[in-house]
Write a protein of this length. Structure first.
Length: 474
């Protein structure tokens, strides 16, 4: 099928006709809020603070703005055409089958690798609590639990994520309240720090613009995970209303959680305190305030965040794989579903995730690092597909059925182009840094390989269709 003969709007949503609709609005709202609050925020943000200093607040604000624009675009398309393939379906409709193939399988691969990383992180916490127990046993247990959870009805996934996300959100809110009281001097036993930590030790930009750039790159990829809610929306009771409400309410709340947390941390704790990296910024802040048991409390929160991300990523990977297969973009065996659940895709995605864990033990310095580099910039590439698809589909929907635009991108098309320019700028910044340059090249190589395969499949399909049409006219 050629670019000019891209498939018509998928009103019938062929990728989710076999799936159930067991998710409720409360599930979607909490998936949207909790899906992005993971270990990257609770622990990984410490590295960004160590590089950017207090200016990490600006870094999170800039990256948060870009993410809000991307989610608004994705929300517009998903509310107009809910599908469990989400942006992959939108890319196929807007650009062509090769684009849907590329975006979908790249994202599936990212989620599978992420499942492995989260399992390893959770296992390390458990072995810290129970010394002498093997990490691989905890990994196997977590994989088994969440594989079984996702093999059952989708409402089980929804319930797990609802309570996991609720606990994470509660932890963030409590942290912001405690931090706010400490900053104003109202927390017993503490004095208001003023601006000493914001202006001291090198000032607000202690590492200069280069430090801000590193912090920006670190913060940008910490926002990954919001896309899951548009995948889950297709299995909700009211997909259009569900995704519209979830996207609208989640964006600003997540911005408050992220930017607010960073502001509290750098105001209360010196940015160059070694504990910020060693223990994580949240533990370092609570320790600084003398909160008893802060380390263990945050370890519980981080464990919940990792398990929640595992659960959500197995879900997202299985639904994306099922969607791709239903559109003829993958092996048919993965499209088998029973009871409204794509069980073959769940099993396959879990096995691939566990395979990544095994590689981390067997080949940690070469093969596993190669996998990590390949997924380093995938989320940014997915966002580019989202922006380009929205530019095309918005015009098409306005012509064909404007009533479907329940969610509208702000100041279209200006802000869509602003978002694309922002993504291009991030690519340039990644190319400047040696660590991120490797990720950029590896992710780019994976994307080009998938695009070549997808285009070859598209061309072969067009030839078969032409041959069939010619034979039918003879």
């Amino acid at each position: 099928m050629s670019r000019t003969s891209a498939p018509p709007p998928v009103d019938r949503r062929p990728d989710d006709v076999t799936l159930s609709h067991g998710l409720k609005q409360r599930h979607l709202s909490m998936i949207a809020l909790g899906g992005v609050i993971g270990a990257g925020l609770f622990v990984g943000s410490g590295a960004g603070i160590a590089k950017a200093g207090p200016s990490i607040v600006i870094a999170y604000a800039l990256s948060g703005l870009l993410v809000m624009l991307v989610m608004r675009m994705l929300g517009e398309m998903s509310a107009a055409n809910p599908a469990s393939g989400s942006f992959s379906v939108h890319a196929e409709r807007a650009i062509g089958p090769w684009a849907g193939f590329t975006a979908g399988w790249a994202f599936w691969f990212l989620l599978c690798v992420a499942v492995g990383l989260e399992a390893i992180g959770a296992a390390k916490i458990m072995t810290g609590w129970m010394p002498g127990t093997p990490e691989w046993a905890w990994v196997a247990l977590f994989m088994l639990v969440f594989c079984v959870t996702n093999l059952a009805a989708v409402k089980n996934f929804g319930e797990f994520e609802f309570w996991f996300a609720a606990l994470k959100v509660l932890a963030i809110i409590l942290f912001l309240v405690i931090g706010g009281l400490a900053i104003t001097g109202l927390l017993p036993g503490t004095d208001a720090p003023g601006t000493a930590n914001l202006s001291g030790d090198g000032g607000f930009l202690p590492m200069g613009v280069d430090g801000l750039v590193v912090g920006l790159l670190a913060s940008l990829f910490a926002y990954g995970g919001l896309e899951t809610v548009t995948i889950a929306a297709a299995e909700s009771e009211d997909p259009v209303r569900g995704v519209a409400k979830a996207v609208r309410t989640a964006m600003w709340r997540i911005a408050v959680f992220y930017i607010g947390s960073m502001a509290v941390i750098v105001t209360l704790v010196p940015w160059n305190d070694p504990k910020v990296v060693e223990k994580g910024p949240y533990v370092a802040t609570l320790d600084h305030l003398g909160i008893p048991g802060a380390g263990q409390i945050m370890n519980v929160v981080v464990l919940i965040a990792l398990l929640s991300a595992m659960n959500a990523n197995i879900y997202g990977a299985s639904r994306m794989a099922c969607s791709l297969v239903a559109r003829g973009q993958g092996p048919k065996a993965l499209g088998r579903a029973s009871g409204g659940v794509p069980r073959a895709a769940v099993l396959f995605s879990s096995v691939v995730g566990f395979g990544c864990v095994l590689l981390s033990y067997w080949r940690p310095d070469d093969v596993f690092m190669w996998l990590l580099n390949m997924v380093g910039a995938i989320i940014l590439i997915v966002w580019i597909f989202i922006a380009i698809s929205q530019l095309i589909l918005r015009r098409r929907t306005e012509r064909e059925d404007p009533s479907r635009l329940v969610v509208r991108m702000w100041w279209f098309p200006v802000l869509t182009w602003v978002a694309l320019a922002g993504m291009a700028a991030v690519f340039v910044l990644m190319a400047r840094e040696s660590d991120t340059r490797t990720q950029l090249l590896s992710s780019g190589g994976l994307t080009l390989a998938l695009a070549a395969i997808g285009y070859a499949r598209q061309t072969a399909g067009a030839r078969r269709a032409a041959a069939t049409a010619e034979a039918s006219t003879d």
